[in-house]
Unconditional design. Structure first.
Lengths: 121, 121
C-alpha cells in the first residue's frame, strides 16, 4: 500500500488586497475548493473589525483551507491541505489571482510520508 | 519593524490512538489551545462515521489548530499555526501525549518571513 495522505501547501502573500473583507475571503476560499473538486463541510470566517484582520477556515471532506490576514502590512498566511493525489495547483493559482499580491511564496509539504512505522497489532 | 506573523507547526503522528473519536479530539485540541494561552473563536469537528476518520479545526484569535485522521492506518495530520512569538512547544507536547503515537514528526515553519517586499503605497 502506498501511504500518502496528502499535500499541505503553505502560501504566504505580501502586499495583497481585500485582506479585511471576510465575506470576500470566504468566497475566494470556497472558489478555491471548487476549483479542485473538493467538498466543503462547513466554513467559518471571523473579522477583527473594519480595516483589521480576518481569520477563517473552510473545512473540507479532503481536509481544509485557512486564511489569516494582516491588512495593516498587506500580508496573509494561507494553507491548503488536501488528502490523496488531488491536484492542488488550480487552487493555488486561484488564490494568488484573487488576492493580487506583489509577491508570494508557496511551500508544498508532503504529509504522512516522513515515517514508516508498523501499524498497531 | 520586525515582520514576524508566526510559527506554523506540521505534526504527523503514526500508530496513534483515539483517532475516530471526534469529541475526544475536540477536547484535546481545545486543551492544546489552552496550554499556550490561545483564545478559541469557534470549533468544528466532523466524524466520517464509527471507526472512520475525523476532520476538525479550532479557530483561534491567534490562528488555528487542525486535525485530520485516518484510524484505519493509525495516522493523523495536525497543524498548529500561531501568530507572534507565542511559545508553541507546550501545545505540541500535549498533542503528542494525548494521542500516544508510536512515532511522530514535527516540522516548525516560519510564516511571513520569507520575502521582504515594500508595502503598498
Amino acid at each position: 500500500m502506498q501511504f500518502a495522505p496528502g499535500t499541505h501547501v503553505l502560501l504566504d502573500v505580501h502586499s495583497a488586497r481585500h485582506l479585511d473583507d471576510a465575506d470576500r475571503l470566504e468566497a475566494v476560499l470556497r472558489a478555491a475548493a471548487d476549483s479542485i473538486g473538493a467538498t466543503v463541510i462547513t466554513a467559518h470566517f471571523h473579522s477583527f473589525g473594519t480595516g483589521s484582520g480576518v481569520t477563517g477556515v473552510v473545512l473540507l471532506r479532503e481536509s481544509h483551507i485557512s486564511v489569516h490576514t494582516w491588512p495593516e502590512t498587506g500580508y496573509a498566511a494561507l494553507d491548503l491541505f488536501v488528502c490523496g493525489d488531488m491536484d492542488v495547483e488550480p487552487a493555488i493559482a486561484l488564490l494568488i489571482d484573487a488576492l493580487r499580491p506583489a509577491a508570494h511564496d508557496v511551500r508544498r509539504m508532503a504529509r504522512g510520508q516522513s515515517n514508516q512505522v508498523a501499524q498497531p497489532s
